[in-house]
Design a protein. Sequence first.
Lengths: 325, 325
Amino acid sequence: MAGDELEIIAKHFAPLATHPAARKLEDDLAVLQTRGPLAITADTIIEGVHFLPDDPIETIAKKALRVNISDLAAKGARAIGILLSLSWPKARRSAEIARFAAGLGEDLKLYRCALLGGDTTATPGPLSVSVTAIGRPYRRRIPARADGKPGEDLWITGSIGDAHLGLRAARGELGSLPARDRDLLIDRFRLPQPRTRFAQAIARLAGAAMDVSDGLLLDAARLAHASRMALTLEAASLPHSTIAQRWLETPDAYQLRLLSGGDDYEILFTAAPEKRASVKRAATRAGLQVTRIGGASAGEGVSLVDSHGAPLPIPDMGYRHTLGG
Amino acid sequence: MAGDELEIIAKHFAPLATHPAARKLEDDLAVLQTRGPLAITADTIIEGVHFLPDDPIETIAKKALRVNISDLAAKGARAIGILLSLSWPKARRSAEIARFAAGLGEDLKLYRCALLGGDTTATPGPLSVSVTAIGRPYRRRIPARADGKPGEDLWITGSIGDAHLGLRAARGELGSLPARDRDLLIDRFRLPQPRTRFAQAIARLAGAAMDVSDGLLLDAARLAHASRMALTLEAASLPHSTIAQRWLETPDAYQLRLLSGGDDYEILFTAAPEKRASVKRAATRAGLQVTRIGGASAGEGVSLVDSHGAPLPIPDMGYRHTLGG
């Protein structure tokens, strides 16, 4: 890395260490005073895998944070702070570090959490950003992937498939799109919208819960597997944005691509049928679309059915983060 | 990554998740029940930067863990668990993942901590291993870099410079060395020895404390800076292993190389002069060499003096992890 690591930290990152646990990033570790349960999660994003080399450096910083915030929100928790391990390519201009830190700082403010520690290293490889996020659950119980029960409804927040279209748009694969739609989709790919405003409702109402990052179908299969049950998804009820719906009307469109594309960062959860009204009220309060997309039953695996309940083929079970190859 | 991420985790990593907080790695996060202070630190090691591409995969896993355990030990804390973010190059055989997990598992057992969570990703770049370690301090107070005071002694555990010689030996730059010495030195480079048996003594006796990873002189300068004081190191009292001493007698040897080489992972700390006997007793109990190498005074910066107290020049302030270039 150009410049001494300590200088970079002092100049760009120390101002983000707004929690006493961070020791102003002047020490070797963070010291957190704790009581009660902590939720801890870690996710890495890598250039050419989770983001494109020419994505703005600010949104790369934000995405690294947001994918972790999303993990916490989907489990009914809010972030307190993060540790950041930044592997910075020698070929990238070090002026970009200031913009990286500025982007991260904006989002730390937005999500009310602090930078607690971490490290920075010059790397001969691609830009890689590892974040460990530490959160507090809103309730003692943190919904597990394994907490689903047959008979429960299956729900999803927001809409599915925009980020996948955004990635394709960013690569120039959706040529005929109006510029405004294109920008909106690319934004969904670059900047996940963790459903933090729904995290309290998840803590209160969800059976099983998880965020959808590797494609709805694959992640639903994981939830079904962990809960030892079957999930049925109704194709017609799956929420897509207006733009995605317009795309679905074009000749080469194919709904399954939206269901197996990655980077949605919506919350997939189950809830008992008697909680339908509560889920909808909570969604209204959060200003968020939340859609019942199917249900759980005894058995295993995921099936997709049409509006008559007839099964649709599922040829591909998801996206495994392989932009690069 | 060859094979599904879930299978790899279930097969190789879930057996290492021996703490209930880990939720058997079947969920999206770890849930830690806490009371009192937690110490949290994160460090990444990258192929070609912190380890060599042909280092055994088991020792790479162990090094990633140990550099974090070392951070905790140097602050008077012991590890409870870790989160692992593993970026696995597509070109590396996936059979190596089993060996990586086996090596990590051995060390998790040795240091009595558990794998709590994390993620694995296929990367187009070099192998990169990010670890976040969570620890409990032995005492409420966790010694900071900034806790040193003029008048205190400066101490170091173990010996300085072996890992630097080990790196050079691994690169074939120390030709005339007996094979046994060569292996011992390379081992010091590949496998740091975190001074966990001295962590309780650090918690009880140290003023300022930190581990030495980027070269003794640079890290001493950081400690001096954080404590707003000067440190004087006596060249003749600096502890070197028998092998390093023999190397120092060869024509091209140069003590400053040992003091600015990286990867020592010893504990540098200050303590009040009245604690000398206690420090020595604790070292004996820990079966560890601990050497008084100088002292702190009003002022700033680090100076190195000969046996007459005359200053020696310090041309290079440390090693900044740039094996690659």
